[in-house]
Design a protein around this ligand. Structure first.
Ligand code: NAD
Length: 515
């Protein structure tokens, strides 16, 4: 058994300890202690695949001291809404290296996804998800698939800021920051360069989300210009996802937003043979978390049939990350040898390519039996010590702050009177205009319904009413507060406001129909 790394004095203070020990690629030197890592067994199939993974790491001679923490379902059940205790946080902050099995996110309200919380709280901004096929040993319609999806890990719709605003309408805020875009895009180009990859494709939906996804694409173009040795291109996410599914070998590195990356990596994983094969590294400047890309698979939990490969390959990445490259290659080589011998868990079993269908434990035993073996058919996938390891992003250059001017306000109303006639609403609201602000338009779910609305447009109880400073001038907080007060006095239920500003003269808000 691995020796535990917990020491009461260090576990409590969250202090940094170096996470790279030993320089001979084994992690062992005469005077080094094993590298402390934090380990969570997770939920569903988590305990089964983590046990198999740790067994293989131990047999391979990984010089690590796992500190086991309890996170997920049991912790949620104890009433801790975040799914993680203070002691567990302290362990992760102390070791800075976290090997995590999947966790079930309860559907209950008020419960936050621990996976998302971990990534964001620890500043693990880059989610690196390599997907490749193991042709001819694992059947896939795409033998040449070898793509790395680099997913932004902290922003977008995963900010988790959601509201129910009216009886009929809910919202989820999509937050995209310029530093967030720059960090992930630069990381993608640095990754491509460090790993000898030739092309980085950005995927976004900037034809519709011109401000948020538009910024991601714009930053991509700016950063790409600094890497003339790497081909850079952009694809709208919908056709990009379609092409990834149909012609995956056309792609090399893909950099994309949080939700898109989550979806793309599951598509790529499934067409590679199984979601059970794919690892993921969550990397930041203050630590790293390694996990499989799949979830806790409750449908097969407890049957002993889960494929532990995704988590095992994540552990291989972790070993490289902490400098134990020789052990990493030993485990990776044995795993490849097992796959090419046709010893396959159920999710990749196929009578034509497999020699035995095995459970989780038997698969682990087969990998251990092959430690020290060099793969033959899959030799091209072994022995790349740089593969999947972290690269340090260059620090971002400071940027001058733009000149910001306030030019109006969107007032969102919960309004459900009569026939929901926008002309009637506009008539009353127009009288609320004050302090040089006047009503410019009303939209309902983004469609202009006043002026010149169309009777066919479906109208909910959620209205955005845009007031702009008259005569292309600016406004101020005092005028906006006075406007809101006058909206209140007219009897309206305002549920949210957005201040409209220009930045260096350019509007920082969407203008026009359906935007
Ligand atoms: P899932 O990835 O758990 O399962 C999808 C399908 O793939 C299932 O049919 C499952 O049996 C199969 N599968 C997944 N991993 C496998 C493996 N190693 N071997 C064989 N088959 C495997 O996705 P889901 O069912 O949508 O999610 C279940 C739970 O996991 C949810 O609560 C979700 O929130 C959570 N989840 C957690 C993580 C994480 O911890 N990082 C990631 C995704 C989903």
């Amino acid at each position: 058994m691995f020796r535990s790394s917990t020491s009461p004095s260090s576990a409590d203070n969250g202090d940094a300890t170096p996470n790279t020990r030993g320089h001979d690629g084994t992690g062992r030197t005469a005077d080094t202690a094993p590298t402390p890592i934090t380990v969570a067994y997770g939920d569903g199939i988590g305990p089964e695949i983590m046990a198999a993974t740790l067994q293989i790491l131990e047999a391979a001679g990984a010089h690590i001291a796992p500190d086991i923490i309890d996170v997920g379902a049991d912790v949620y059940a104890r009433g801790i809404a975040g799914g993680i205790s203070d002691a567990a946080w302290a362990s992760i902050r102390r070791t800075k290296v976290f090997l995590k099995a999947p966790i079930t996110t309860p559907q209950a309200k008020g419960v936050k996804s621990l996976n998302v919380t971990l990534r964001k709280t620890l500043g693990l901004f880059a989610n690196v998800r390599p997907v490749q096929t193991y042709d001819p040993c694992v059947p896939s319609g795409h033998p040449k698939l070898d793509v790395v999806i680099i997913r932004e890990n902290e922003e977008g719709l995963y900010a988790g800021i959601e509201h129910r605003q009216t009886a009929e309408v809910t919202q989820c805020l999509k937050l995209i920051s310029r530093p967030g875009c720059e960090r992930i895009v630069r990381y993608a180009f640095e990754y491509a360069r460090a790993h000898g990859r030739r092309r980085v494709t950005c995927m976004s939906k900037d034809n519709i989300m011109k401000i948020t996804d538009g910024m991601f694409h714009r930053v991509f173009d700016e950063v790409a210009a600094e890497y003339p040795d790497i081909t850079a291109d952009h694809s709208i996410i919908d056709i990009g996802a379609g092409r990834l599914a149909a012609h995956p070998s056309r792609f090399d590195v893909i950099v994309t937003g949080n939700l898109y990356g989550d979806i793309l990596s599951d598509i790529a994983a499934e067409i590679s043979g199984s979601v059970g094969l794919c690892p993921s590294a969550n990397l930041g400047e203050a630590g790293a978390m390694f996990e499989a890309i799949h979830g806790s698979a409750p449908d097969i939990a407890g049957y002993g049939i889960a494929n532990p490969s995704g988590l095992l390959l994540a552990a291989v990445t972790m070993l490289r990350h902490i400098g134990q490259t020789a052990v990493a290659e030993r485990v990776h080589g044995a795993w490849l040898a097992t796959i090419e011998d046709g010893i396959h868990p159920a999710d990749i079993y196929d009578p034509e390519h497999s020699t035995a269908k095995v459970g989780t434990r038997e698969f682990a035993a087969a990998v251990i039996e092959r430690l020290g073996r060099t793969p033959v058919a899959l030799a091209h996938l072994a022995g790349d010590p740089a593969r999947n390891t972290a690269v340090s992003p260059r620090p971002l250059a400071p940027r001058p702050r733009p000149t910001k001017q306030m030019v109006g306000m969107d007032v969102f109303l919960d309004w459900d009177e009569g026939e929901r006639d926008p002309n009637a609403l506009a008539e009353t609201l127009a009288r609320c205009g004050t302090h040089g602000l006047s009503l410019q338009m009303i939209t309902n779910r983004g469609v202009v319904v006043w002026p010149n609305g169309k009777p066919e447009t479906q109208r909910t109880d959620h209205w955005r009413c845009r007031f702009m400073a008259e005569g292309d001038t600016t406004t101020d907080h005092q005028a906006l507060v006075a406007l809101l007060e006058s909206v209140r006095l007219a009897g309206f239920d305002f549920i949210k406001t957005e201040t409209l500003c220009t930045f260096d003269g350019a509007p920082g808000f969407s203008v026009g129909q359906g935007q």
